[in-house]
Ligand binder design. Structure first.
Ligand code: TYD
Length: 207
């Protein structure tokens, strides 16, 4: 049973370099929402994030370990940050949520998506995003935007991985159109922000 939440949860999703972090911050500001992110928004989560993303780690987690560590981060994030804010009637904008696990560990790492859905459901304790906004960009655009930055462990994976992740996101959005909206992320920051805000207002109503 889920506690009925008074606030609304909006997740920004997309491949590395799509610009969703900038957009999450802009959206949270216009909505007056709590801004948060995954992985690593809690004390425990920051330790998990280091285990997950440090490119110099001597023992990189295998795909199932990676999925479970992401899930552990989410469980803590929901308990410490997301659910308390929703229960207090706040809107919450999170930079990544369950869609990231399905797209990255499911399509990217090729773990079975049905099993991952169980894992993410358990991890979130039933707190689903009211709307996931996919900031969609072609892989070349994302790669160009990331050029020059020091890549973390997942960002340094091959282009095939990132193509699969993008395809996964698009399939998730097609499969659950009432829970997802796709925004073209290739335009200017202002244009994308306007598109994200109007999609959220249209789908969830203004706060
Ligand atoms: P993030 O901090 O959003 O990186 P960036 O700001 O560069 O987009 O996310 C870190 C990485 O973790 C990113 O490559 C996506 C990955 N990730 C997963 O693979 N599964 C998950 O469930 C989550 C939340 C993130």
């Amino acid at each position: 049973m889920t506690t009925p939440a008074a606030g609304r949860l909006v997740a920004l999703e997309g491949v590395d370099g799509c610009g969703k972090s900038t957009q999450a911050a802009r959206l949270a500001q216009v909505l007056g929402a709590v801004l948060t992110h995954e992985p690593g928004a809690t004390g425990l989560g920051r330790a998990l994030r280091a285990l997950l993303l440090d490119p110099s780690a001597t023992s990189a987690p295998g795909p199932r370990t990676e999925a479970l560590l992401m899930a552990a981060d989410r469980a803590q994030h929901v308990d410490e940050v997301v659910r308390p804010a929703l229960d207090a009637g706040r809107w919450v904008v999170t930079d990544r949520y369950s869609g990231s696990t399905l797209a990255y560990q499911g399509w990217g790492r090729r773990l079975p998506v049905a099993a991952l859905r169980e894992v993410v459901g358990f991890a979130s304790g039933g707190v689903e995003a009211d709307l996931s906004v996919l900031v969609d960009v072609p892989p070349e655009v994302a790669r160009r935007r990331l050029a020059g930055a020091r890549p973390d462990r997942l960002e340094s994976l091959d282009p095939g991985f990132h193509r699969r992740v993008r395809d996964g996101y698009l399939e998730l959005a097609r499969g659950e159109p009432h829970r997802w909206v796709v925004v073209d992320g290739a335009g200017s920051v202002d244009d994308v922000a306007t598109a994200v805000e109007s999609a959220v207002r249209e789908r969830l109503g203004a706060t």
